[in-house]
Design a protein around this ligand. Sequence first.
Ligand SMILES: [Zn+2]
Length: 65
Amino acid sequence: MDTTTDDDEPTPVQLVATCHVEDCPQCGVPITGPYYATPGTTPPLYQAACGGCGTPITDLVPAAE
Ligand SMILES: [Zn+2]
């Protein structure tokens, strides 16, 4: 019922994350998924961790429509 907050729920953005750790089984494999920006970051900062090696992924690009 609270209509004073217009950005209460963050909107996920479809991004393609690619791991570049050579020993990782998912190295070089682009993985598309929804990501949420870290609250309070401008420009929006997105964080992703590789499912294969757990390394934070910095190669994040917007997914194609
Ligand atoms: Zn990895």
